[in-house]
Design a protein around this ligand. Structure first.
Ligand code: 8NA
Ligand code: MG
Ligand code: MG
Ligand code: MG
Length: 353
């Protein structure tokens, strides 16, 4: 693999962790309201300065997003594919090891049930899926939990796009059986792998090409509508403001796309945040500034801030590479070193596919 591709893969995984860690402080801190961009920048800048000037102690903790992403990465590396029953077990183990990582209410209950099931004699993948499918009155979870942990699938299969759908689905279905959750994971994985394939990112970001590709990657009306809305939203802001108004963009994301735990809200929100910053002024201030803007804008959108920032950070890291992630953040955020190692191993595994 080229250096640039390696940078992109490490950037994707580290971007996921950094977004999760930095966004965690604001998760539903103002309900579904947006958070002032200045207030977000104030906090993330303090974290960056701390990381820059202190020894490596990683005081900013990651949440469920990173805990589960790590499980997905290890499952892929061990099996050369997603082994869903083992993945369910490792989610359960990780959850039991540390329940304080901010898991969704639904998955918490699910993991408690899985724990009981797996201690029994007849635990099977069939039973795991059955239990997951029975949540939320039989609808299954439509949460963003499958999309927020899918980055390793995107790296592992970036050269084999026909594999992405099936691996994303296998990694999702043990907790999220609702179509919107599964398709959200597939969409996010395709978005990340598109950006990895486009590396080196010496070319300009082509919004219309990106959206066109994403539309073809899932058959789901809700996402098709959101993709059109987000493309129009980004175009509108590009035309309106020569200098992007971050607070206004965040407020439009919140009202038009949504910022909640539903996959149909959080995934389009993350795509929109990355897309506007990548389209706005690619040459303006250097890639570190652009990565920082993506994370801060994602958090400003409010609501499920750690998850939206994690997914937007994955996209930004894949596009600009790990070089674009401020060192202060890498040092201040828990889990970045392991994410770096796992992504290098995943790329190695990908080249053996
Ligand atoms: P999940 O599967 O528990 O879904 C999240 C929530 O969405 C559930 O608790 C339900 O309230 C709701 N929900 C999901 N599916 C349905 C449905 N079919 N009908 C009605 N309501 C439904 O969790 P997840 O793994 O998808 O994770 C999503 C989010 O949960 C992430 O942001 C994660 O960080 C976490 N989370 C944490 C907090 C917190 O306070 N720390 C708050 C919200 C979410
Ligand atoms: Mg979280
Ligand atoms: Mg429209
Ligand atoms: Mg969250």
């Amino acid at each position: 693999p080229t250096v640039r591709l390696q940078d992109a893969c490490i950037g994707a995984m580290m971007g996921a962790v950094v977004g999760d860690c930095l966004g965690a402080k604001f998760e539903f801190s103002a309900g579904h309201k947006t958070v002032a961009y200045k207030q977000v920048r104030n906090y993330t800048q303090r974290v960056m300065d701390w990381g820059t000037y202190h020894a490596w102690v990683a005081p900013v903790k990651y949440t469920d997003d990173t805990a589960m992403t790590t499980c997905v990465a290890k499952n892929l590396l061990k099996n050369g594919t997603i082994h869903p029953f083992e993945l369910a077990k490792s989610f359960r183990d990780e959850f039991c090891r540390d329940q304080s990582r901010g898991y969704g209410k639904g998955v918490k209950k699910l993991f408690q049930e899985l724990d009981v099931e797996m201690k029994g004699k007849h635990a099977s993948l069939f039973r795991v899926k059955e239990i997951a499918g029975q949540t939320h009155g039989g609808a299954g979870s439509h949460g963003n939990g499958a999309a927020m942990r899918v980055c390793p699938v995107a790296i592992f299969a970036f050269k084999a796009p026909n594999l992405i759908g099936v691996l994303a689905a296998r990694s999702a279905v043990i907790t999220h059986t609702h179509d919107d959750a599964m398709d959200g994971a597939t969409l996010q994985a395709h978005a990340v792998s598109y950006l990895l394939r486009a590396a080196p990112a010496s070319q300009d970001f082509d919004l219309d090409d990106f959206i066109f590709f994403l539309r073809s990657s899932v058959e789901n009306k809700a996402y098709h509508e959101k993709l059109t809305q987000l493309r129009d939203l980004v175009h509108r802001h590009l035309v309106l403001d020569p200098v992007l108004d971050y607070d206004r963009f965040a407020s439009d994301v919140q009202s038009l796309l949504g910022n909640g735990v539903k996959a149909t809200e959080a995934v389009p929100a993350a795509l929109a945040v990355f897309a506007i910053v990548a389209s706005a002024d690619p040459e303006a201030k250097g890639n570190q500034q652009l990565f920082q803007n993506v994370i801060d804008l994602a958090i400003s959108c409010g609501g499920d801030t750690d998850t939206i920032a994690s997914m937007a950070g994955t996209l930004a890291g894949a596009w600009w590479g790990v070089e674009a992630i401020p060192t202060g953040w890498i040092k201040a955020c828990e889990g970045t070193a392991e994410a770096g190692r796992l992504s290098a191993d995943l790329l190695q595994a990908a080249s053996e596919l």
